[in-house]
Ligand binder design. Structure first.
Ligand code: FMN
Length: 143
């Protein structure tokens, strides 16, 4: 299902994708500078807050956050021993440093791990999903 939200077309993960997402513990989160220099980091606090929206918590980000402030594009792949497949998510990030969503994120983080800084909320609106498993459909657009 396609939803128009501002200028971006958001897509909703299906049930199979959501189940796979829930089984991943550490996500590779890729960003890029405005000049296209890539950066990829492991992220634990990465959760689906809605079918079309991911919340990523900046606890220790440096280059990733700097990239997101100048280039909103994010890519994540979803794979783990229990996912039963692999897919790639692309989206655009909004950097949130205060307000209701920010306070909710802080409360989620501090309930799970009280000592963490929870500096920034990165809200990713999912715009594309691609097949990432090897085989004849590798790279195919799924959503
Ligand atoms: C297993 C693991 C989980 C991590 N989870 C997070 C996280 O949820 N949030 C975060 O900001 N950094 C997390 N980090 C640290 C980042 O991967 C990274 O080191 C940090 O964002 C600085 O990298 P950057 O300058 O490229 O952004 C994690 C690191 C590891 C090894």
């Amino acid at each position: 299902m396609l939803i128009i939200d501002g200028c971006d077309i958001m897509v909703k993960l299906d049930e199979e994708m959501k189940t796979a997402f829930s089984k991943v513990k550490i996500f590779p989160v890729a960003t890029a500078s405005k000049d296209g220099i890539p950066n990829v980091v492991p992220i634990g606090f990465c959760q689906l807050i809605d079918d079309d929206t991911i919340w990523i918590v900046d606890n220790f980000m440096s280059k990733s956050l700097a990239n997101l402030k100048e280039n909103p594009n994010v890519a994540i792949y979803v794979w783990g021993p229990d996912t039963g497949g692999c897919f790639q998510i692309k989206g655009k990030a909004i950097v949130i440093e205060s307000g209701e969503k920010f306070e909710k994120m802080k409360s989620i983080v501090h309930t799970a791990k009280p000592g963490l800084p929870a500096k920034t909320l990165i809200e990713v609106q999912i715009s594309n999903v691609f097949q990432c498993a090897p085989g004849p459909n590798a790279g195919q657009k799924l959503l």
